[in-house]
Design a protein. Structure first.
Length: 130
């Protein structure tokens, strides 16, 4: 488990360095990566995707909204919930975040066989379900 923690820390550091000019926190990067290309998610869906409690997301969403990257809209199917669509500026930033994530993953897995990558995914899924 310590190796997973070190890997997560290294990943956050690498993404923060690659996106330094955007001045995003690790939590903001995580949210934008999860919203990239997925349409408007609810806070609950985003919470599940990011592995973050909804109450913890509030501050992150406030900051991203104040920067003009997303908005909060009432969910037409459940007026107690909000949807979180990215603005045009948010879509551009999220695309950069997604490209950085994709590039890091591509580089990290480049020397591995298909069997090794499948094993990696199996371990990650087992940890998520534990």
């Amino acid at each position: 488990m310590l190796a997973v923690q070190r890997t997560a820390h290294h990943t956050v550091h690498a993404l923060s360095a690659a996106l330094a000019d955007l001045n995003l926190t690790a939590a903001e990067i995580n949210v934008l990566a999860n919203l990239a290309g997925r349409g408007a998610l609810s806070v609950g869906e985003l919470s599940t995707g990011t592995g973050t409690r909804s109450s913890t997301l509030t501050g992150v969403l406030d900051r991203l909204e104040s920067r003009g990257y997303l908005s909060r809209e009432l969910d037409p199917t459940d007026r107690r919930s909000f949807r979180l669509p990215l603005t045009e500026a948010g879509q551009a930033v999220a695309a950069r975040v997604q490209a950085a994530v994709t590039g890091l993953e591509r580089d990290a897995l480049a020397g591995l066989s298909a069997t090794q990558i499948a094993g990696f995914h199996a371990v990650v899924n087992a940890l998520l379900e534990a």
